[in-house]
Design a protein around this ligand. Structure first.
Ligand code: NAD
Length: 254
């Protein structure tokens, strides 16, 4: 079978599924210029994971925010835009061939590309919330206030400290998105896994859960724990493989 046959077969699984979902990780955004965590040249080559734990935020919010600003500037370029992988996942949803994107990313690029059902299991980099009164702020506003303060930004309502809505290491995942992600994994008949090293739980378990009833399709430049469960694996860049898969699925549909 040549690669084109694999694309057609994976597209067929997608087109035939009554429910289909995708799980994405940092690898779906590397082609937009956002480094992932664990690849060579990834974030942990330059920053220390231990600086971004919930324990450090609680112990020393000022030091945490100083490093957080630095990380955000290093991680997300100002002019960041969705790439063809984000766009093709949005196009699949638009065509009625994909029901949801479950993402570990906090960069908002799926929403920017037009995906409507996006389940953010690791929170969002777009907002920050007050630990005291729960008020929610635009993350850019919180960062600006942190720069001015030279440390943790304070809530304008109650004076307590703001925390980014991105889930920190050691922090509990928000309940509703995790429940939603598990439901999509259980109900899917086709499940795409794109650009995740699957080294972080509970996201790492979702493909296993989905594989019970779904045809698993993996797109990743390296092998992962999902590879042996996947009916189709594409060892290619997401920005190349997902458009190929999406156009084959739309063609079959139409
Ligand atoms: P990870 O860094 O552990 O793994 C990235 C995976 O993507 C690797 O397996 C790599 O082989 C693959 N990859 C890299 N570029 C690719 C490409 N162009 N096409 C296909 N595959 C590619 O990331 P993860 O599994 O998402 O998990 C770690 C955490 O990273 C998550 O909690 C996430 O919140 C966080 N994170 C998010 C962003 C973001 O929002 N864009 C960026 C960095 C890290």
């Amino acid at each position: 079978m040549d690669e084109g046959d694999d694309y057609r077969a994976a597209a067929r699984a997608l087109a035939d599924a009554d429910v289909a979902a995708a799980l994405t990780g940092a690898g779906v955004s590397t082609e937009s210029g956002v480094p992932d965590f664990r690849s060579e040249g990834g974030v942990w080559d330059e920053y220390d994971e231990r600086d971004f734990t919930i324990a450090r935020f609680q112990r020393d919010p000022d030091a945490f925010w100083t490093d957080w600003l630095d990380l955000q500037e290093g991680l997300i370029p100002d002019d960041v835009e969705p790439n063809p992988a984000h766009e093709s996942l949005a196009a699949l949803e638009e065509a009625g061939l994909l029901d949801a994107v479950i993402t570990q990313n906090v960069d908002g690029l799926h929403q920017d590309a037009g995906s409507r059902t996006v389940v953010e299991i690791h929170g969002s980099g777009a907002r920050a919330s007050c630990r005291g009164c729960g008020a929610s702020f635009d993350a850019a506003v919180a960062r600006e206030r942190a720069r001015e303060a030279g440390g943790a930004p304070a809530c304008e309502n109650c004076g307590d400290v703001l925390k980014p809505d991105a889930v920190l290491f050691g922090e509990r995942l928000p309940d509703a998105p995790l429940r939603g992600a598990r439901r999509w994994a259980d109900e899917s008949e086709a499940f795409l896994v794109v650009g995740s090293s699957l080294t972080v739980e509970p996201a790492a378990s979702l493909p296993r859960r989905a594989a019970d009833g779904a045809t698993l399709v993996e797109v990743n430049t390296e092998s992962t724990t999902a590879s042996s469960l996947a009916a189709y694996t594409f060892r290619e860049k997401a920005g190349e493989a997902i458009p190929e898969l999406a156009s084959a699925a739309v063609e079959l549909q139409g």
